[in-house]
Write a protein that binds this ligand. Structure first.
Ligand SMILES: Cc1cc2nc3c(=O)[nH]c(=O)nc-3n(C[C@H](O)[C@H](O)[C@H](O)COP(=O)(O)O)c2cc1C
Length: 381
């Protein structure tokens, strides 16, 4: 019998290893790196490894149910696609593939403000599964317009990213010359031609552009769009700003990147409907705790009032179960889906989801949990 992808690449780490070979060095550095010495990125993973679950056995026939609902929408599993910027640099056509994965499996897909596809294209492609991530524009008209475009494009949840008060240093990216626009020198050309599938994808899809932002600048060369991003998005977010967004968006608002319970509470006081505990995959401050270590205190503080979402370091369905056991209502992955794309293109992001879901179902069997809520009783400690 022919081997399936699940036989040859049963783990996210298998996709990671394959993607590292298929993506040019500069793009891989952009995807894989954290900031500083990658300590926070690595700590996310080692902290998750410490979370243990105690099986409860001899329950006879058990049928784990992963379907759940959030903000009134049903999802097939508590697993979503976190926002990733410059998606098309990592893998050409990434946004379309991620939206299709979400639509096919009925899971949320968060489109980044700085993704390489416009909300008008990505929203309908996600078929009701789209969430829109906002990097807060300084200009009030741009802010109102982006939010309205997200609504009109069918996005149901607004995710406001809080943990980029300033750009971070990203030393590995600097060394690899990750620039927007790409600096097309001999190094980059060489890296591209030795990765022919990636290069062919760029030929088909064009150089990556911030398509969602092009309407706010006069000329749509990548260089000017990148300048716009630096000058106009970020460094603005405050509780007052959040309260103003509340007036603009009548759907659910999630604030992403929160690690401090006091911040979580203040977000609620200023109109947030959910909190996404995250350290941005270790890409902002190398000294943060592993994000999973911040989860329980935030669940304690606000979990009775609003959903608490989690991302950063998830590499398996077991990790998803760990976060749920610690009280998360929903779990998102950034790199895992991108590793899938890098390894196998659109089929790979679907495969990444199947790995996460199958592993989660298996962990529910192994721990004797028929419902997601029961995982909370299996936490050791
Ligand atoms: C390449 C890359 C780009 C990212 N771009 C964004 C972004 O545009 N907006 C955002 O809110 N978070 C962004 N993030 C953070 C992710 O949404 C998420 O918090 C992080 O990837 C979770 O960690 P994980 O990669 O270990 O799953 C990015 C992460 C990566 C790896």
């Amino acid at each position: 019998m022919a081997k399936t992808l699940m036989d040859t690449h049963p783990a996210i780490s298998d996709l990671q290893a394959k993607a590292a070979k298929r993506i040019p060095h500069f793009a891989w550095e952009y995807l894989d790196s954290g900031t500083g010495a990658d300590q926070a990125r690595d700590r996310n993973i080692t902290a998750l490894e410490q979370v243990q679950l105690l099986p409860q056995l001899m329950k006879g026939v058990l049928e784990p149910r992963t379907a759940t609902s959030l903000f009134g929408i049903g999802y097939a599993a508590p697993i979503g696609i976190a926002p990733v910027g410059l998606t098309g640099l990592i893998w050409p056509g990434a946004d379309a593939a991620l939206a299709a994965t979400a639509a096919k499996y009925r899971i949320p897909y968060t489109l980044s403000t700085v993704a390489t596809e416009a909300p008008e294209i990505a929203g309908p492609a996600a078929d009701g599964m789209g969430w829109f991530q906002l990097y807060p524009p300084r200009d009030a008209d741009t802010r109102a317009d982006l939010v309205e475009r997200a609504r009109a494009s069918g996005f149901t949840v607004l995710v406001v990213t809080a943990d980029v008060p300033a750009g971070s240093r990203r030393e590995r990216q600097r060394k690899a010359q990750v620039r927007v626009p790409p600096v097309i020198g001999p190094k980059l050309v060489f890296q591209s031609v030795v990765h022919p599938r990636w290069a062919l994808g760029v030929v088909r899809n064009g150089l990556p552009r911030f398509r969602g932002l092009e309407k706010y600048i006069d000329k749509t060369t990548m260089r000017e769009t990148a300048g716009f991003v630096g000058a106009n998005l970020g460094g603005t977010l405050s509780f007052q700003y959040l309260a103003e967004l509340r007036e603009l968006w009548d759907g659910p608002i999630v604030v992403k990147g929160i690690l401090d319970p006091d911040d979580a509470q203040r977000c609620l006081d200023h109109g947030a409907d959910g909190i996404q505990v995250s350290n941005h995959g270790g890409r902002q401050l190398d000294g943060t705790p592993g994000a999973i270590d911040a989860l329980a205190a935030i669940v304690d503080r606000v979990g009775a009032s609003v959903p608490v979402l989690f991302d950063s370091g998830i590499r398996s369905g077991l990790d998803v179960a760990r976060a749920l056991a610690l009280g998360a209502d929903f779990v998102f992955c950034g790199r895992a889906f991108m590793f899938g794309l890098g390894a196998f293109g659109p089929e790979g992001s679907c495969h990444a989801y199947e790995i996460l879901r199958d592993d989660l179902v298996n962990v529910m069997h192994q721990t004797g949990c028929e419902t997601l809520a029961e995982l909370r009783d299996r936490l050791v400690g």
